[in-house]
Design a protein around this ligand. Structure first.
Ligand code: PSV
Ligand code: MN
Length: 386
């Protein structure tokens, strides 16, 4: 494939950015403040809009409730649209109230389960106001010690709670269920893997889909295999892109292992998940030490580059080599696309669309960073969790 043959497909790329990427974040050791960090949801959205302005790749922003709680979501929606972006996925949060210490939808106490379900109802009301399609559920539920909880009952409670939440959706709204193999629980996690998420989504119905966070697997997991399988089953609803060296590091996507990102995107393209509105591309990242807007710009560009390489893969030649049993020939074709340097072609193509060829340089030269650092004085900087 030549680059000129894939530009039509590249035009379709849209990557949702997370509101929490613009706030301060860190580890349990330290959350560093940084000049210019937003003090309000509006300032987060204004920053997110910069990413779209310079890359043309990030037309929507995911919100996290209650971190991004406002009185008037209709007004927030209009504010976002004035900035040139839309409000996207609504992320629920049942992991920061004391009452959820031993679980939320899987808690033994029906009153706690009710509270967790009601929180999701509130999220759906917010979706009605923001025009969001997806409710993303990630549960911190799990146990730390064998015997601490009844794993089996917890699955039943989870299924019941999800069914109530699912029944509240209307129109084209969807429930996307994210899995994670550990943390904060260390012995067992109630939605620990794609199979568990898939099982619940399959029972719920066609508007329930799996969310694959690329940082939520054990080291060495073949994530692209999971992508292929979920696409085959019609249940890959969304990605939370980020990268990891050790745990749920939430680093810039493609930073730890750009080859893995390419392999994932090859399966996305192969399985019909690219340019397919059913498969949402999102980032789920935190920028603990780097500047946040440049961190997000780098991220969406990394996804774009890996996508271009995946689209360039000579699928016909690959299939022929596979069918001929040509092991190394097939691998060479696969690697050729990965090793293609697409940066100059992408820069030229961006310019042809009225975008800066080098979005990062254009952002750094725009003066926006200096302006927010000078102007955003006083107030309370927002952090992960607020
Ligand atoms: C959990 O680790 C997670 O990946 C979920 O997507 C949350 O919503 C997000 O991180 C919060 O940072
Ligand atoms: Mn995630």
């Amino acid at each position: 494939m030549k680059f000129s043959e894939i530009t039509g497909l590249l035009e379709k790329q849209a990557i949702e950015v997370p509101s929490w990427a613009y706030g301060n974040s860190g580890t349990r050791f330290k959350v560093f403040g940084s000049p210019g960090t937003p003090r309000s949801v509006e300032e987060k959205i204004a920053d997110a809009a910069q990413v779209n302005k310079f890359t043309g790749l990030a037309p929507s922003v995911a919100l996290h409730i209650p971190w991004d709680m406002v009185d008037d979501f209709g007004a927030l929606r209009r504010y976002a649209e004035d900035q040139g972006v839309k409000l996207g996925t609504i992320n629920s949060n049942t992991f920061q109230d004391d009452v959820y210490k031993l679980g939320s939808l899987t808690h033994t106490d029906p009153a706690v389960r009710r509270k967790a379900i009601d929180h999701h109802f509130q999220c759906i009301e917010i979706m009605n106001a923001t025009g969001s399609r997806d409710l993303k559920i990630w549960l911190a539920d799990g146990t730390n010690y064998p015997g601490q909880g009844d794993i089996r009952s917890r699955q039943e409670w989870l299924a019941e709670g999800l069914a109530e939440i699912y029944a509240r959706l209307s129109g084209d709204q969807r429930l996307v269920l994210e899995y994670k193999f550990f943390e904060p629980a260390f012995y067992h996690t109630d939605v620990c893997d794609w199979g568990t998420s898939y099982t619940h989504c399959a029972a719920l119905g066609e508007r329930a889909m799996v969310c694959l966070d690329t940082g939520h697997h054990a080291p060495g997991t073949n994530i692209e295999f999971i992508v292929a399988q979920l696409l085959r089953l019609g249940k890959l609803g969304s990605f939370d892109f980020n990268s990891r060296f050790y745990a749920d590091d939430d680093l810039i996507v493609g930073a730890a292992d750009p080859y893995q990102l390419y392999r994932i995107l090859v399966e996305v393209v192969r399985g019909g998940g690219y340019g397919n509105p059913d498969v949402a591309f999102m980032l789920d990242q935190c920028h603990n030490i780097e500047k946040k807007i440049p961190g997000q710009i780098r991220s969406v560009l990394n996804v774009q580059e890996a996508t271009a390489k995946a689209l360039l893969l000579d699928r016909e030649a690959l299939t022929a080599a596979q069918e001929a049993g040509d092991v190394l020939g097939a691998n060479t074709i696969f690697m050729d696309a990965y090793y293609t340097d697409v940066r100059a072609d992408l820069a030229e193509w961006r310019e042809s669309r009225g975008l800066p060829g080098d979005p990062m340089a254009a952002y750094l030269a725009s003066g926006y960073q200096e302006r927010i650092e000078a102007e955003r004085v006083g107030g309370t900087q927002l952090s992960w969790g607020s």
